[in-house]
Design a protein around this ligand. Sequence first.
Ligand SMILES: C[S@@+](CC[C@H](N)C(=O)[O-])C[C@H]1O[C@@H](n2cnc3c(N)ncnc32)[C@H](O)[C@@H]1O
Length: 508
Amino acid sequence: MVWDFVELNPFSRTGWSGASDWVMRVIKSISEGTSQVGYGSVEKASATKSSLPDDSVNCFFSDPPYYDSVLYANLSDYFYVWLKRSLPHLSDFFDTELTPKAEECVVDEAKNKDHLFFEKTIGQAMGEGRRILTPDGIGTVVFAHKSTVGWESILQAIIDNGWIITGSWPIDTERQGRVSAVDQARLQSSIHVVCRPRESPSGSLRSEIGDWRDVLQELPQRIHDWMPRLADEGVVGADAIFACLGPALEIFSRYSSVEKASGEEVTLREYLEYVWGAVSKEALGMIFTDADTTDFEEDARLTAMWLWTLSAGAPPSPLDKGGAAGGGIDDDDTDDTGKPAKSTGYILEYDAARKIAQGLGAHLDKLTTLVEIKGDKARLLPVGDRAQALFGKEDLNAPTTRRKKKSQDKQLDLFAILGNPEDSDSSSFGDPGVPQVGKTVLDRLHQSMILFAAGRSEALKRFLVEEGIGADQRYWKLAQAFSALYPTGTDEKRWVDGVLARKKGLGF
Ligand SMILES: C[S@@+](CC[C@H](N)C(=O)[O-])C[C@H]1O[C@@H](n2cnc3c(N)ncnc32)[C@H](O)[C@@H]1O
């Protein structure tokens, strides 16, 4: 458990009163009945067993645990033992020695609570929610998770228990000043999944089988209509992907089941692969505004979509460990001084990366000089790390100085890979012993970024002018798009901007 706030000194000016005044005002206005909210009533019960009668509420709202993110019951024990003593008149709320754990709806391997337990428990709670809600009532479930399995679990539970998912909105629920939970997905916003009972006005569950072809046909149009709206609201990246789940799932969950022509039932998992694909294609169209995205090879499409997925929110800081898709800049490296070293890649959860790649027709397993896969993480390699692959190994000169700090390595490595400036600046790319021009637009852009980074301006000029690389409009389109996608403060952002700055001067 990692604490994410510190206790204030209660005797400081902002201390006690700052922390308690606003809470007191809320309690006072609610208890006096002067608040617009009116009176509330609170019950201590598991969400799987509500004491409310059938069809008795108009709105069901749940903020369940986010899969395995926080083990609330363990955390609460710390406070529970003190509250129990300081609030003896509320003894009904504190009738157990410690907080109840058995029914807690989380994934916790230590307590043998796996994803099936989570799915079953949350499913029971969703069933209860539908039972107490009127047939025309509305439900909202808050969720945020870095993994696609977490998402699949909750969506499955909602749909299996007779709900139609109709919308999903990312809402910034975390305080800006909050220090990110170290080593956990940083949840910038939680997604509010809006749903309605799949019931007829009489309250009985509707049963209708959907045709897979119709569902697939409707999906791209739905995403196409929805994404610009999200972009207008400033919702991009992983948040936008999750915000598309609602409209996308409406098409699927309005049916009790969806079947292929063969009669085979389509699983939610399979449908979600198509959703990711549709979202990726749509997002790509927005990234390369006026370019035809099929102009670019799979490596450029994947890189663009990867960076876009990670693009939600503020520029990365050393504490950022990723957004909703479990991504982020890899900052595990530290230099000899113990300070975080420069970014060493862009990390996505492997399953998210696989889904994005699949949707774009890219093959992760073939792009080995671009993406590294380790366990459940996929890392888009930083451009500096691609130098060797892009400029060939034959020319490698071993670095002459013994390297001390990792942060100084980049420059040395590049010279080692590119050879001595005086040796090669007069020969042409592709000459014997001189690197080949990259095969794809992305490779060529990365080659120029590396030349820029190594200060090889003559070689860069020859590359763009004599080799004719700069005459390809796609090259500049990609550079322009990447300038917007690489996070501020990264090497890549500086390098691509450096290349772009030469465009006019070289006559392009
Ligand atoms: C994401 S938190 C909700 C936080 C709340 N919205 C807030 O702002 O304080 C999830 C909550 O669900 C509770 N919970 C877990 N399993 C439950 C169950 N079976 N029945 C009711 N509540 C449960 C946890 O104890 C935790 O307080």
